[in-house]
Design a protein around this ligand. Structure first.
Ligand SMILES: Cc1cc2nc3c(=O)[nH]c(=O)nc-3n(C[C@H](O)[C@H](O)[C@H](O)COP(=O)(O)OP(=O)(O)OC[C@H]3O[C@@H](n4cnc5c(N)ncnc54)[C@H](O)[C@@H]3O)c2cc1C
Length: 388
C-alpha cells in the first residue's frame, strides 16, 4: 500500500519537497527510457507501482533521441516522431559516403515520448514522485525525501548504478564512453556522422536533425578524451550556435543485471550498445523483458527469485554480441586515423553489404515486440535467454 504520496508530477522544489515514505509492490527508480519501459510492461497488473526520478517525467533529455523507427511504431510512440531518415551520410577524412539503411531511423521529441510512455503505463499521477535516490539497504531505497520499500526494486537510474552496493562506477577510469551534444534551433535533411580524427581520435561526431532543431555532438570511446571543444567546433563548422548542452557518460560493457535482489535495466546494467552508443532501443528491449518478468511475479506465475534468475540469464545471454561490438569499437577506434576507415566506410555504400551489416547489428537487441498496445504481454512470448 502506498502511503504519503503527493498527486503532482512536477519536480518538487524547496518547501514542496516534503517527506515521502512508501511501501509498494514495485519500486521503479529512474523515469527515462528503461524505467518507463518496465512500468509500461506492468500496465494492467493492478500492482501498487511507485516510480521515482530526481526530475519530472520528460524534464531532462538524456540523448540525441534517435531510434529505429520500427521500435517507435511497435510501441505506439510515433506521435513523438520528429524526422525519419533512410540513410546515414558519413564523413571520413578521405570521403563522404552514403550508407543506405534497410529500415529507417527517426529522431523524436524526448518530453513527448516520455509523456506517451507514462500514459501507456495506466498509472495514476500519484504513482510518480520526484526524489533523488541516495542509496539502498536491502529492500529499502534511501532518497532525499525519505525511505521507500518494495519487494521488487528496479534500478533504471542510468550509468551511475546508484542502487548497487558492490560496484563503484568512477569515470574517467571506468569502462565507459562519453558524449556531449548541443541542440541549436535549425533544420536539416540528413542524418550525418563524422568518423574523423580531426574531431575525435577514437569515436565519432553526429548531426541529427529533429524538425526544428539539430542535435550535434561528439562521442569518445575513451572516457579521458574531452568532447566539449570538438562539439563546439563541429557545431561551428555547421554554422550552428552551441546552445542547449546535454551530455553524459555511457557504459559500454554489460554489467550484472541483478544484484542483491534488485533488477538493473538500461545504462545501469550496461545495456547501451558499444560502438554506436545506441541505448534507447536496448533500454526499451531490456526494460520490457524485465517488466514482463515482474508481471509474472505479480500474477503469481513465478517467484521473485525465479524472475531475478531468469532476467539475469536473459541479459547475460547477450554477452557475446556485446563483446563483439566492443571488439569492433576498439578496432574502429584504432583505425579512425588511418586510410582504412575510408575503405570501410565505402564498403557500406553497397546496399547488400549495408543490409547484412545493419541486420547483424540490429539483431543485438530485438526484434521489437509484436504487440503494439500497452498492456499485459499475454499474447507475446516472454523473450528468453535461449532466444536472445
Ligand atoms: C550525448 C548523448 C547522445 C545520445 N544519443 C543517443 C541516441 O540518439 N540514440 C540512442 O539510442 N542512444 C543515445 N545515447 C545513449 C542513451 O542516451 C542512453 O543509453 C539511454 O538514455 C539509457 O536510458 P536509461 O533509461 O537507462 O538511462 P537514462 O536515460 O540516463 O535515465 C536515467 C534516469 O534516472 C534519473 N536519475 C539518475 N540518477 C538519479 C538519482 N540519484 N535519483 C533519482 N533519479 C536519478 C535521471 O534523471 C534519468 O531520468 C546518447 C547518449 C549521450 C550521452
Amino acid at each position: 500500500m502506498i502511503v504519503a504520496v503527493m498527486p503532482s508530477r512536477a519536480t518538487k522544489r524547496g518547501s514542496e519537497r516534503t517527506r515521502l515514505a512508501a511501501d509498494c509492490d514495485v519500486l521503479i527508480c529512474g523515469a527515462s527510457f528503461a524505467g518507463l519501459a518496465v512500468a509500461r510492461a506492468l500496465a494492467g497488473s493492478g500492482a501498487q507501482v511507485l516510480m521515482i526520478d530526481r526530475y519530472a517525467i520528460g524534464e531532462r533529455q538524456t540523448s540525441a533521441c534517435a531510434v529505429p523507427t520500427n521500435w517507435l511504431l511497435a510501441l505506439d510512440l510515433d506521435q513523438a516522431l520528429r524526422q525519419s531518415f533512410g540513410e546515414f551520410v558519413v564523413h571520413t577524412p578521405g570521403a563522404t559516403v552514403r550508407w543506405p539503411l534497410p529500415s529507417t531511423f527517426s529522431t523524436f521529441d524526448y518530453e513527448q515520448l516520455c509523456e506517451l510512455m507514462w500514459r501507456q503505463t495506466d498509472l495514476p499521477d500519484s504513482a510518480f514522485e520526484t526524489a533523488t535516490v541516495t542509496g539502498r539497504s536491502g529492500h529499502t531505497v534511501h532518497t532525499d525525501r525519505g525511505d521507500l520499500r518494495a519487494p521488487l526494486i528496479v534500478d533504471a537510474l542510468g550509468w551511475r548504478r546508484v542502487l548497487s552496493n558492490t560496484t563503484t562506477v568512477s569515470p574517467p577510469h571506468a569502462p565507459m564512453s562519453r558524449g556531449l551534444e548541443v541542440h541549436p534551433a535549425g533544420t536539416g535533411d540528413a542524418m550525418e556522422l563524422w568518423i574523423d580524427p580531426g574531431y575525435i581520435r577514437s569515436g565519432y561526431g553526429w548531426s541529427f536533425p529533429a524538425a526544428d532543431e539539430v542535435r550535434v555532438g561528439i562521442g569518445s570511446f575513451w572516457p579521458s578524451h574531452h568532447v566539449k571543444e570538438p562539439t563546439v567546433r563541429l557545431a561551428a563548422d555547421l554554422d550552428l550556435p552551441p546552445t542547449g548542452y546535454q551530455g553524459n557518460w555511457i557504459p559500454h560493457q554489460l554489467r550484472p543485471a541483478v544484484e542483491e535482489g534488485v533488477f538493473f535495466v538500461g545504462d545501469s546494467a550496461g545495456h547501451c550498445l558499444p560502438l554506436t552508443a545506441e541505448g534507447i532501443r536496448t533500454a526499451f528491449y531490456f526494460g520490457l523483458a524485465c517488466g514482463e518478468r515482474l508481471q509474472g511475479v505479480l500474477a503469481g506465475h513465478m517467484s521473485r527469485d525465479a524472475a531475478l534468475r531468469d532476467y539475469a540469464a536473459f541479459s547475460a545471454a547477450h554477452k557475446r554480441k556485446y563483446s563483439l561490438l566492443l571488439g569492433l569499437q576498439r578496432v574502429i577506434g584504432q583505425l579512425t586515423a588511418t586510410p582504412a576507415i575510408t575503405v570501410l566506410a565505402r564498403a557500406l555504400e553497397n546496399p547488400r553489404v549495408a543490409a547484412w551489416v545493419f541486420g547483424r547489428y540490429m539483431a543485438a537487441a530485438g526484434p521489437p515486440p509484436r504487440h503494439t498496445l500497452a498492456g499485459p504481454p499475454a499474447a507475446t512470448p516472454m523473450p528468453s535467454a535461449a532466444t536472445a
